[in-house]
Design a protein around this ligand. Structure first.
Ligand SMILES: Cc1ncc(COP(=O)(O)O)c(C=O)c1O
Length: 370
């Protein structure tokens, strides 16, 4: 039984930062305080520069909200590898985030935004099959084709939170967050990159989505697999294999940190994991301290009368990262999806996106929001 499911207390979000993870678990090898100090000085300098600029141009000091400068390590660092723990926020991208909510008086010179007048389009429109038209002109068009904060269009992100609340009602929203991604594969690969190290093991249901297998191949990851059988996934096999690894009978396999699962209309077998089995699998994840990657692009496309329960909806321990996708409903080429998970993990993915794609397509995001 998960200790927290039994009514235990959640660790306070602002509790004392954890020092080291017990030996044998995770890769956390540094004092979190020293990493935080590392980025503090450059951000203090930046903040001082902002204050100077605002004084110089006579702007109100309130015009610019406080920069988010920290990646505060917490409960989930044991799922992160050394590279992920070294990530720091991109100053320009943090400024862009602030710009989105700053007063209109603030002139943003951080990133190279083209002047709206130089943009060659006057209108972009989408027409639905039922005749509904979505037209973007003027300032809406500028928003639709300009840079966005990495987490996504703030109004879309808010809508996604509400959407997740409606369909999954995850507990303790204050410990979770959402980020718009360029499809679910984008978020999934970034969480894999956040966690895996060469030779790590990962728990999967067999047959596994080939996009996941290709993703973990360069890590020479060992797949600890449980088979789909007539009655669903063989959770006994999953538990037995994990017990053997933990009791060090299988010394050559590392203790896994991740359980990857594609629970509805599994690609490629089409299997659907029942709600009851999901509960069993979640218990196993709690018992063996696994981060659950719930890759669920077909969630709304099942043939059941009722929508299935998601792992996210039963997540009392904040150990589920859920990947959703617009690909199977609106079209894969839009490259639009989103990820919901523990705040710290969403933050790592955000920092990764800050230096890779910068953000998912603005045009796609404003279109979906509208
Ligand atoms: C299980 C699974 N995960 C992820 C993806 C990729 O989805 P997206 O287009 O949202 O990146 C697919 C696409 O086929 C899939 O079947």
């Amino acid at each position: 039984m998960c200790p927290l499911a039994a009514g235990g207390d959640w660790p306070a979000a602002s509790a004392e930062p954890r020092k080291r993870v017990p030996s044998g678990r995770g890769t956390y090898s540094r004092d979190p305080h020293s990493r935080r100090e590392g980025c503090r000085s450059s951000f203090q300098a930046l903040r001082a520069h902002q204050r100077f600029t605002m004084r110089k141009f006579g702007l109100l000091s309130k015009a610019l909200p406080k920069l988010q400068t920290k990646n505060v390590p917490g409960e989930h660092t044991s799922f992160m590898n050394e590279l992920a723990l070294e990530r720091k926020p991109s100053i320009l991208r943090e400024l862009m985030k602030n710009h989105a909510t700053a007063s209109k008086n603030v002139v943003f010179i951080g990133e190279g935004l083209p002047h709206p007048e130089t943009i060659p389009f006057s209108e972009v429109s989408f027409t639905l099959k039922d005749g509904t038209k979505k037209v973007f002109t003027g300032s809406e068009l500028v928003t639709a084709i300009n840079y966005l904060p990495t987490q996504g269009n703030p109004k879309l992100v808010q809508k996604l939170r509400e959407f997740m609340d409606r369909f999954h009602a995850p507990l303790r929203w204050e410990d979770r967050d959402v980020i718009a991604t360029a499809g679910s594969q984008d978020g999934l690969s970034k969480v894999i990159e956040m966690s895996l190290q060469k030779g790590d093991a990962i728990v999967v249901a067999d047959p596994v989505y080939s996009g996941l297998a290709s993703n973990v191949r360069p890590y020479k990851a060992q797949l600890i697999s449980a088979q789909y059988r007539k009655n669903g996934l063989d959770t006994v096999e999953m538990k037995d294999k994990l017990t053997a690894i933990w009791s060090s009978r299988s010394k050559d396999v590392k203790i896994p940190k991740i359980l990857y699962i594609n629970p509805v209309a599994n690609n490629p077998s089409g299997h659907v994991i029942s709600d009851e089995q999901k509960r069993e699998i979640y218990e196993i994840a709690c018992e063996f301290n696994l981060l659950v990657l719930e890759d669920d692009p077909y969630y709304f496309l099942g043939f059941q009368d009722e929508l299935p329960k998601s792992f996210l909806s039963m997540d009392t321990e904040n150990r589920v990262v859920r990947f959703d996708s617009f690909s199977k409903i609106f079209g894969g080429g839009l490259r639009a999806g989103w990820m919901t998970g523990p705040k710290e993990i969403v933050r790592i993915v955000e920092m990764h996106m800050q230096v890779s794609v910068l953000h998912a397509s603005s045009l796609t995001q404003v279109n979906l929001k509208k």
